[in-house]
Design a protein. Structure first.
Length: 171
């Protein structure tokens, strides 16, 4: 098992096109190297090509639902708002982690899910629990809102809350 780990360790440190050689050292152990040792019979190791996955461009976020034009919002919910945040105020969270609550009336329906927006971008995974946690958020000015979604369709969006996050700055 040890020679296999050594072999894998050697592979991880070399570029994809490096040649690997296998030989038996003076103690009778199988060894691998990127250069054939002098005076020892070494065999070139044929390696399969490495897998490559091309980086995918980020997908476009769903366009925000206009809040001011009530005719464009499907008002399924009488009340949809975030609570537990100071509007235009400061929130202290020394490690950048805090929770916000969703006030919704009537209750969340069937396949609908909550999606949190942090600074206009989706944050975390959509879910059906009205308590949303934000983790390790940078200090400074932020905006949050919550959307009710059905699949990728925005059903309704809460008003946006702007606040300043205060947290300990470590050097």
């Amino acid at each position: 098992m040890r020679p296999l780990l050594l072999f894998l360790g050697l592979l991880s440190g070399f570029p994809a096109m490096a040649q690997i050689y296998k030989y038996t050292d003076a103690a009778g152990n199988t060894a691998y190297s990127n250069q054939p040792p002098d005076g020892v019979s070494a065999q070139a190791v044929d390696l399969p090509p490495l897998n490559r996955i091309e980086r995918q461009p980020p997908s476009e976020p769903a366009p925000p639902v206009p809040i001011n034009n009530r005719e464009q919002i499907n008002s399924t919910y009488e009340v949809l708002e975030l609570t537990g945040l100071p509007n235009e105020g400061s929130l202290r969270a020394n490690n950048g982690t805090f929770t916000v609550n969703v006030l919704i009336k009537p209750r969340l329906q069937g396949s609908h899910r909550f999606r949190l927006l942090l600074d206009g971008q989706p944050y975390g995974q959509p879910g059906n629990v009205p308590i949303l946690q934000l983790v390790n958020i940078d200090r400074g000015l932020h905006t949050v809102a919550v959307q009710v979604i059905d699949g990728e369709t925005v059903v309704q969006q809460s008003p946006t809350v702007t606040f300043t996050l205060q947290r300990v700055h470590k050097r």
